[in-house]
Design a protein around this ligand. Structure first.
Ligand SMILES: NC(=O)c1ccc[n+]([C@@H]2O[C@H](COP(=O)([O-])OP(=O)(O)OC[C@H]3O[C@@H](n4cnc5c(N)ncnc54)[C@H](OP(=O)(O)O)[C@@H]3O)[C@@H](O)[C@H]2O)c1
Length: 329
């Protein structure tokens, strides 16, 4: 038997996540493999906002994707040394897993790019941006696209994809440094620190004619305001509601937007990235190509050390990350 560590959901979240909601514990796993099994060792682990929204049961291991190295194998598909993308949870260093399940897959063809991108721009968040833009917003040249949490893993890709399509892009983020990055490096047309700007005024300033496409990562009052500033026939992709996760489904009140939906003939669609899962391989190849051409740039906020995983996670809810939040062990 060998000893490994895992983070469990120890105490129910109240409001925003705290590190005290989570607990690092030791687990014992077998040191011999059965046929078809592999031993994986995490290299990069992902922390994402959905871990607050889709909570595991108290006492269960926190869920996440890892980029892991196969360190022992009784599988022809995943020999020793293979780097894999795996849904193995907040576990390190060792996890035994059966290789022919959907929780283990080969990394996308990243070439010289860092393997950690498989958790971010060329992973689940990048695919969320890709399909939200391609399948829901479908922006065309000259249209105005607004995205919030714009300096995050999803939002930064959304804005750059909209620029590739010839749109005017308005982004909102929570610090000057993030706004500077979006404007000077990613080519956003207008950026605002939503903590220091009156939202309504900034939209009217940057998009006097209104917004054609709204990619919503935040929800709440932010979305209510944007809804009243959409153009005729505007489209809204409801991707995330990070401002609302702390309410745990309790009913919120707010402006009623149905009148705007009616008179402006708006279309609003919520979506989950996994709905498009079968098309991810081609989309990842496209995103890799854009990165190599310099059309999509990325940042990662890397937290060192498995013991700091809870801190990296709670940081998502106070804007600690620029680009994708990753834990490197
Ligand atoms: N539908 C899907 O399938 C799907 C898949 C992946 C992600 N999502 C959703 O997409 C959104 C973005 O996810 P991500 O992975 O890209 O996370 P992220 O943007 O990399 O990290 C979260 C960011 O959200 C901002 N934020 C936190 N609380 C906020 C609040 N109350 N109001 C405004 N901004 C706030 C913070 O940046 P600031 O400094 O700018 O505040 C923080 O850095 C989340 O809502 C997530 O749940 C949905």
């Amino acid at each position: 038997m060998v000893q490994a560590r895992k983070w469990v959901y120890a105490h129910e979240f109240e409001d925003q996540p705290q590190t005290s909601n989570l607990q690092l514990v030791t687990e014992t796993i077998p040191d011999t493999l059965q046929d078809g099994e592999v031993l994986c060792e995490a290299v990069f682990l992902s922390v994402d906002p959905y871990m607050r929204l889709f909570k595991v049961a108290v006492g269960d291991v926190m869920q996440c994707e890892q980029v892991a190295r196969v360190t022992a194998s009784k599988s022809d598909s995943f020999p020793v040394g293979t780097m894999v993308l795996a849904r193995l949870g907040w576990r390190w260093p060792h996890t035994i897993v059966v290789s022919d399940t959907s929780i283990l897959e080969q990394l996308p063809p990243l070439g010289e790019l860092p393997a950690s991108l498989a958790l971010g721009t060329v992973g689940m968040p990048g695919m969320t941006a890709y399909f939200g833009v391609e399948e829901i917003l479908k922006p065309v040249q000259g249209e105005t696209v607004l995205v919030n949490a714009a300096a995050g893993a999803v939002g930064s890709v959304v804005g750059q994809m909209a620029k590739i399509k010839g749109c005017k892009v308005i982004g909102y983020a929570g610090t000057k440094e993030k706004c500077d990055w979006l404007k000077s490096e990613l080519g956003f047309d207008a950026v605002f620190n939503y903590k220091e700007t009156k939202l309504e005024d900034s939209i009217k300033d940057a998009a006097p004619e209104g917004v054609d496409c709204y990619f919503d990562n935040v929800g709440g009052e932010f979305s209510s305001t944007v809804l009243f500033n959409m153009k005729q026939g505007g489209r809204i992709a409801v991707c995330g509601q990070i401002d609302q996760y702390r309410y745990d489904g309790k009913q919120q009140t707010g402006p009623l937007v149905y009148g705007q939906m009616l008179v402006k003939q708006l279309t609003m669609k919520g979506f989950m990235c996994r709905h498009y899962f079968q098309h991810w391989p081609e989309a990842k190849i496209q995103v890799i190509d854009w990165i190599k051409q310099g059309k999509i740039k990325y940042r990662e906020t890397i937290t060192e050390g498995f013991e700091n995983m809870a801190e990296a996670f709670v940081g998502l809810f106070r804007g600690a990350n620029t680009g994708k939040a990753i834990v490197k062990v």
